[in-house]
Design a protein around this ligand. Structure first.
Ligand code: PLP
Length: 346
């Protein structure tokens, strides 16, 4: 397309298959049915909803509910159409043409994507060979390049690896620019950099309702940081970004956080069981602190899974194929293991 800007020429439109049948283990979603209490609440809300009016552009009720859940102030919170929108705002608000942005590699694909969209230059710091974080390399790269923005995906998508709080602290202390700790999967591990927002004015924590809260379809994420940082993001935020439905369902979810805790525990238990079962099949499986598992399987096994309508994510790094499997329900994990073990034994 002639009109497309030169710097976007290598980019492709984002596409993701919309899978509505079979076993969906490809997008790190929560596999359990939505809570009946949530359905009940939304059914009664629908008769009072103000759909003919614009929504609250500041998502005030939601920011207050998030603030209460984390013991911060509403002025420390911004909400977005998924945390994706906030990743874009962070770069939109802070980088000028050719400013550098640093991220681990492999990591969440939207970091380089949004960096290109915002005319920045991406520096990628490889994980170690076993896909654990190379905190020393990250620290050295931050010191050497002093990027405008550093993305730390913790735990990391797609590999499940984790940085310690001490490592995050060292990187944040060394950085002159903004450090974004993306905790999209934070509910599935014991580590959160949230307390650092007290001590540092250059750190922002991103979280989402798409994973642990089973609300990927509502598209709600939030960021927590110092007041000045949140104001910077509000400066570039589009008006009325979150619709009335998304604001209401997310307020309900965060205010009823306790109802999600047993589900999160169940997913963590299923993850640990799935990890052990995959190891028992003699596959190369990497430790995970998330709701998904990164591993190596023969491509033929992937094809067999697909034929059985079990969908996992295939990715290529350094010319080698790897796979990411979302932790499903007990039954879904059993079905996956059955196909894999039939393939490996057959
Ligand atoms: C690491 C990470 N960050 C952010 C997101 C974006 O999540 P959402 O826009 O659904 O909140 C994802 C989604 O998969 C992710 O894996």
């Amino acid at each position: 397309m002639k009109l497309l800007r030169e710097r976007f020429k290598e980019m492709q439109p984002y596409h993701s298959d919309y899978i509505t049948e079979g076993i969906k283990l490809d997008a790190n979603e929560n596999p359990y049915p939505i809570l009946p209490e949530m359905i009940e609440h939304m059914q009664s809300w629908i008769s009072t909803m103000r759909i003919s009016r614009y929504p609250d552009t500041d998502s005030t009720k939601l920011r207050e509910a998030v603030a209460e859940a984390y013991g911060v102030k509403a002025e420390n919170v911004i909400c977005g159409i998924g945390s994706d929108e906030l990743l874009d705002y962070i770069l939109r608000g802070s980088i000028d043409q050719d400013d550098t942005v640093l991220a681990p590699f492999p990591s969440f694909s939207m970091y380089p994507q949004f960096t290109i969209l915002n005319a920045g230059q991406m520096i990628q710091v490889p994980l170690k060979e076993d896909f654990s974080y190379d905190a020393d390399a990250l620290l050295s790269a931050v010191k050497a390049h002093q990027p405008k923005v550093v993305f730390l995906c913790n735990p990391n998508n797609p590999t499940g690896s984790l940085l310690t709080l001490d490592e995050i602290r060292q990187i944040t202390e060394a950085a002159n620019g903004l450090v974004v700790v993306d905790e999209a999967y934070g509910e599935f591990c014991e580590v959160s950099a949230l307390p650092f927002i007290e001590a540092f004015d250059n750190i922002i924590i991103l979280k989402t309702f798409s994973k642990a809260y089973a609300l990927a379809g509502a598209r709600v994420g939030y960021g927590i940081g110092c007041k000045a940082l949140i104001e910077m993001l509000n400066t570039v935020k589009i008006p009325y970004n979150l619709n009335v439905f998304s604001q209401e369902i997310a307020v309900w979810a965060i205010s009823n956080k306790n109802l999600f805790e047993p589900i999160i525990e169940k997913i963590k238990l299923n993850r640990d069981r799935l990890y052990k079962s995959l190891l028992a099949l003699d596959l190369r499986v990497y430790p995970s602190y998330t709701n998904f598992i990164w591993l190596e399987i023969p491509e033929e096994a992937y094809k067999m899974l697909e034929a059985a309508k079990i969908y996992i994510r295939k990715m290529k790094f350094n010319n080698k194929l790897y796979y990411r499997i979302t932790v499903g329900t007990e039954e879904e994990n059993e079905a996956l293991l059955q196909v894999l073990s039939d393939f490996l034994k057959g």
